[in-house]
Design a protein. Structure first.
Length: 169
């Protein structure tokens, strides 16, 4: 798997257009479930599970599908939290964040069916404490985590945000 091929496939599949995405925040035992995404050229990005919405399915059904694909978990969507606009050319997305609860399953790393087998970007799944998240470099972490002081603060975020978009390095 070439990281250059990954970045080219990411740009071809998701770049230069606006995408609507759903993301789920799953917190258990003071840890949040995170997924590490390879971004090509030696770059990576930690974020909550989620992905692009498919036409004809509502946000909650899309989020349930994405969680199952990426983590193997069946979830219940409990609360809508906020919207984030992610802009890091060539990527641009409107992301809807929801609080979710596990219904069934054990967390395992899944696959992104939108990408070819040799260019999978899902690299690792991990339950992370706030301290672990805080220790990550900003450019390898979703901006939603940059300004918070605890995981519980995520549930207090309400509204429309642009969490300081910067290039992933």
């Amino acid at each position: 798997m070439s990281t250059d091929k990954i970045s080219k496939e990411i740009e071809a599949k998701f770049g230069h257009r606006l995408r609507t995405r759903v993301n789920g925040i799953l917190i258990e035992d003071n840890k949040i479930l995170m997924v590490k995404h390879l971004m090509g050229e030696g770059k990576f990005f930690w974020s909550t599970p989620g992905g692009g919405m498919k036409f004809g399915a509502n946000a909650m059904d899309n989020l349930k599908r994405e969680f199952l694909e990426e983590t193997g978990l069946e979830i219940e969507v409990s609360d809508f939290l906020f919207v984030n606009e992610f802009l890091n050319p060539p990527l641009h997305a409107i992301e809807h964040f929801f609080l979710v609860k596990r219904i069934n399953g054990i967390a395992v790393l899944g696959k992104d069916p939108e990408l070819s087998g040799e260019n999978q970007i899902l690299n690792e799944i991990k339950w992370m404490s706030f301290e672990e998240i805080s220790s990550l470099e900003k450019n390898s972490l979703h901006g939603v985590f940059w300004g918070i002081k605890s995981l519980s603060e995520l549930g207090l975020c309400k509204g429309y945000f642009n969490f300081g978009n910067i290039s992933i390095k």
